[in-house]
Structures are given as C-alpha cells and as structure tokens.
Write a protein that binds this ligand. Structure first.
Ligand code: ZN
Length: 147
C-alpha cells in the first residue's frame, strides 16, 4: 500500500523517502510477487497544493506533522479502508504487508484484512530528509532505524 507522493515517487525529492520506499517495494515484489496498491492520497491525504504549502512551513522549521496541523489538518488524513476494499474485491483477505507505519497496520486490520507478516523497509536517509524521518519515528511511531 503506497500513498501517492508525486514529488518523491516521480521527481525523487530529497525531502522524503517515498520514492525509495516504492522502488524497494517494487524490487521485493519483483522477486516474491505481490499486489501494489497505489493510493491517491498525496501529502498524507491533504493533496498536492496543500502539501506544497506545508513544504514552505517545513522550510521555516516545522516538521511534517506540525506543518499539516498549522494548515488546519490532522496529523494524517489518509484512510486505508479503500485499500482493504480493493483487496477484498480481489478475494485477498490475508496479506504480508510491507510498511513501517503502525497506522497502516492497525487500519488494514480494522477493515478486515489479516496480516500474515509485516515487513519493514530500509531507512532511506538523504541529505534533505533526516528531520522528516525523525518526525516519522518520534511522532508517527514508524519502525525505522535512522541513527
Ligand atoms: Zn514523499
């Protein structure tokens, strides 16, 4: 389950690790098979234009969560209910989920999908994304080792 990140997925922005996570996942799926759900919920669900406003706030020192909050949005507007519905439409009710995000793990289970395993991705540390990854760990409780 990958949430769209135009700036990371297509342009390999140095601000985040989305493009690298997507490529790592596609690599794993190339070896082991699987289903990629590409979810149109840019910027943790706030949309591309709001995300660019959040980037401006991040340039002034806020982390991604603080910036979204400052714009009047919750920490994370995404829902994974549609992803669960997509899997059910494919008659898939048990999965091995690639994620570091505890919110994804909880929500997909809450919507009736069983987890056989949770597989983490690597930390894709770049010059511009250390604060972004630190906020993911400290605020979003992502399971990532970045030190
Ligand atoms: Zn991104």
């Amino acid at each position: 389950m990958h949430s769209e990140c135009l700036t990371g997925d297509v342009f390999h922005s140095s601000r985040c690790d989305c493009g690298e996570q997507l490529e790592e996942t596609i690599q794993k799926m190339g070896e082991q098979g699987g289903i990629l759900l590409y979810l149109r919920q840019e910027g943790r669900g706030i949309g591309l234009y709001n995300k660019l406003d959040a980037y401006e706030l991040q340039s002034q020192g806020m982390n991604t969560y603080e910036a979204n909050n400052h714009l009047g949005f919750p920490d994370d507007l995404r829902s994974f209910e549609d992803a669960a519905d997509m899997l059910k439409a494919l008659d898939v009710t048990t999965i091995r989920l690639i994620t570091n995000n505890p919110k994804k793990i909880k929500e997909i289970q809450d919507h009736g999908i069983q987890l056989e395993a949770v597989i983490g991705t690597q930390a894709h540390l770049k010059d511009g994304n250390k604060l972004y990854l630190k906020a993911k760990v400290s605020h979003g409780k992502h399971k990532l080792s970045i030190d």
